[in-house]
Write a protein that binds this ligand. Structure first.
Ligand SMILES: [Mg+2]
Length: 220
């Protein structure tokens, strides 16, 4: 099998925010004057189970579910969702090795971005990092369209590139959205296992510990 196409996730794969989700969540609870009833870990593990049209919609649905589970008023969930502020897209930073690896991959493969984030917000990050030009196609969360781990965003990305799943790999940090989603689309999954928290039922074809490891791509 010859790999011609490399798909990549954006958040916590290529870049990160100095502010963590837990920080932002704490700020949102404070701003809404609501006693915290869940943490970032609970929120993040719920994300793959929830269908949503956009990031704000996803947060609202997740927070409402978490409120239900905690026997809390759904209005508290709504207040926290409304108070939740996205971190500044211009504050993003590359993960170690990501910039050099992207540059190298772009000279050897066609690149596609597959992110569950909103177009405007993610585009601002790409511009901040100066990497938009590396991608032949960028696939964002769009209203009414499913997001990873649904295979659809992978199919759309590959269609645009006229590539078949068996000539593509996808690199991402989330077992539940990146690895499961890529495999559902028939794409080889490369898991960026920075935290090494495995899930027994999910087995990526390849694991890397750092974006630096892509200097020698594991699929070659
Ligand atoms: Mg990610």
């Amino acid at each position: 099998m010859g790999i011609s196409t490399v798909l990549l996730d954006l958040d916590d794969t290529i870049c990160k925010h100095p502010q963590t989700t837990q920080d932002l969540l704490q700020d949102a609870f404070d701003a809404a004057s609501v006693d915290p009833f869940f943490d970032a870990t609970a929120f993040e593990s719920l994300i793959p189970e929830i269908d949503a049209d956009s990031t704000p919609d996803l947060r609202e649905r997740c927070f409402k579910r978490l409120a239900e589970d905690a026997n809390r008023d759904p209005r508290d969930a709504l207040a926290v969702a409304n108070a939740f502020e996205d971190p500044e897209p211009t504050a993003v930073e590359f993960l170690p090795g990501a910039e050099a690896s992207l540059e190298q991959l772009a000279s050897n493969y066609r690149l596609g971005l597959v992110t569950n984030g909103d177009r405007m917000y993610q585009r601002a990050k790409l511009d901040t990092l100066g990497i938009h030009e590396y991608f032949d196609v960028t696939t964002y969360a769009e209203p009414g369209r499913s997001v990873k781990p649904d295979p659809n965003p992978f199919y759309r990305t590959l269609d645009t590139l006229s590539a078949t799943p068996d000539e593509a790999v996808h690199i991402g940090n989330s077992l539940r959205s990146d690895v499961v989603g890529a495999q559902a689309a028939g794409v080889t999954a490369v898991w960026l296992a920075r935290k090494k928290k495995t899930v027994e039922t999910i087995t990526p074809e390849y694991s890397i510990e750092s974006m630096r490891d892509l200097r020698a791509p594991p699929w070659v």
